[in-house]
Ligand binder design. Structure first.
Ligand code: PEP
Length: 248
């Protein structure tokens, strides 16, 4: 049985004060849970959120990582620093990073290896553009991103986030069935490449305009093990409702 994982990606939102307000609203409402709950604040708020989360069940994630441990890499943040500040997870290869910051499968691969070297659990984002979906290329893109992104990685604890790019921040959600279909393909890819046991264990999240309104039907799909939430993770009520999804 896979424990569901619900992660909130705040993206480039929330000052320290705003972060404090959001987390102090969430903590009393997210206790013992049927899911692992993860928050990914921007780098500037990691420290304060980390302090607030100590003693709670909510885990901390960074939104990105660099692959070197230290050195002359102006502006970058290393895995050692993320461990030091209390992160357990790190989002890698988010489509916004691929789209605006020239991240590619090779840099994603290096970042995943760096995270694993320091026992950070990578949440690896993959997904197709609208053009690729309409051109019937969805599964080719997924296969390429998995093959290249996970090159040289074997059997480690990772989470996959399937995020169709056309559904991120657009209000267009993949239907639960569309998402499940891609999740089936991803799990099969793991079965073929990592074996039956690993494919049963790996958690595959869906991401893309997840809301309190669609969470229950998404989580009802057998292959969806959780969600990566952007916009709806910025409000206490909507994120708490998503965390407390109802099993249909
Ligand atoms: C995301 O940031 O990964 C995401 C899915 O955003 P949104 O929920 O706003 O579409």
């Amino acid at each position: 049985m896979r424990t569901p994982i619900i992660a909130g990606n705040w993206k480039m939102n929330n000052t320290i004060d705003e972060a404090r307000g959001l987390v102090s609203g969430l903590i009393p409402l997210i206790g013992e849970n049927h899911a692992d709950v993860v928050l990914a604040p921007p780098f500037t708020a990691l420290y304060v959120v980390s302090e607030m989360l100590s003693g709670s069940n909510i885990k901390l994630a960074a939104q990105d990582i660099f692959w070197e441990d230290r050195g002359a890499y102006t502006g970058e943040v290393s895995p050692i620093m993320l461990k030091d500040i209390g992160c357990s997870y790190v989002i890698i290869g988010h489509s916004e990073r691929r789209q605006y910051f020239a991240e590619d499968d090779e840099s994603v691969n290096r970042k995943i290896k760096a995270a694993l070297r320091h026992r950070l659990i990578p949440i690896v984002c993959i997904g197709e553009t609208l053009k690729e979906r309409e051109g019937g290329k969805t599964l080719n893109v997924i296969e390429r991103e998995l093959t290249a992104g996970l090159n040289g990685i074997s059997g480690d604890d990772i989470v996959i986030a399937y995020e169709p790019i056309w559904a991120i921040g657009t209000g267009k959600t993949a239907t639960p069935e569309q998402a499940n279909e891609v999740h089936i393909f991803i799990r099969k890819w793991f079965r073929d490449n990592y074996g039956e046991d690993y494919s049963r264990k790996i958690r595959i999240q869906y991401g893309g305009s997840v809301t309190p309104e669609n969470i229950d039907s998404l989580m009802a799909q057998p292959e969806i093990d959780g969600v990566l939430v952007g916009g709806a993770s910025l409000k206490v009520e909507s994120f708490v409702r998503i965390v407390n999804f109802k099993v249909m």
